[in-house]
Design a binder for this molecule. Structure first.
Ligand SMILES: [Zn+2]
Length: 126
């Protein structure tokens, strides 16, 4: 399965700015305002965070690094219930990840590993 790096933004506000464009704010003030916005949402209704960030405005397909490939081969497991092949050390397949809702793993065989690596490593443009 391909993975993607997705970019999001979140809106927040700071009151009491001395400049109309907020250029007087320090990085620490901005960091505090962002933290407060996220904490308010998480305390009130975590699902609202999905609404607050909206859809990703940009994304790109991630390619596996040498270390990720080595870890995948060494730790590849396959879910009995849905057939997902994954790196059990770095990206364990939980019940929430499983389309069947209940994950159960076994060691992936060489054919499963090779097939999954082929899918993950092939250039989507070719
Ligand atoms: Zn599964």
């Amino acid at each position: 399965m391909s993975t993607y790096n997705c970019a999001f933004t979140i809106a927040f506000e700071v009151s009491g700015c001395k400049e109309p464009d907020g250029s007087d704010l320090t990085p620490a003030q901005l960091a505090t305002a962002i933290q407060q916005r996220v904490l308010r949402i998480m305390r009130h209704d975590p699902a609202e965070l999905l609404e607050a960030v909206g859809g990703a405005f940009d994304s790109f397909e991630e390619h596996m690094t040498h270390n990720q490939i080595c870890s995948f081969v060494a730790n590849a497991k396959c879910c009995y219930n849905c057939g997902e092949v994954f790196d059990s050390l770095n990206h364990p397949h939980t019940d929430e990840d499983c389309i069947v809702g209940y994950s159960s793993w076994e060691r992936a065989d060489q054919e499963m590993i090779a097939s999954q690596l082929y899918k993950r490593l092939k250039d989507p443009k070719t």
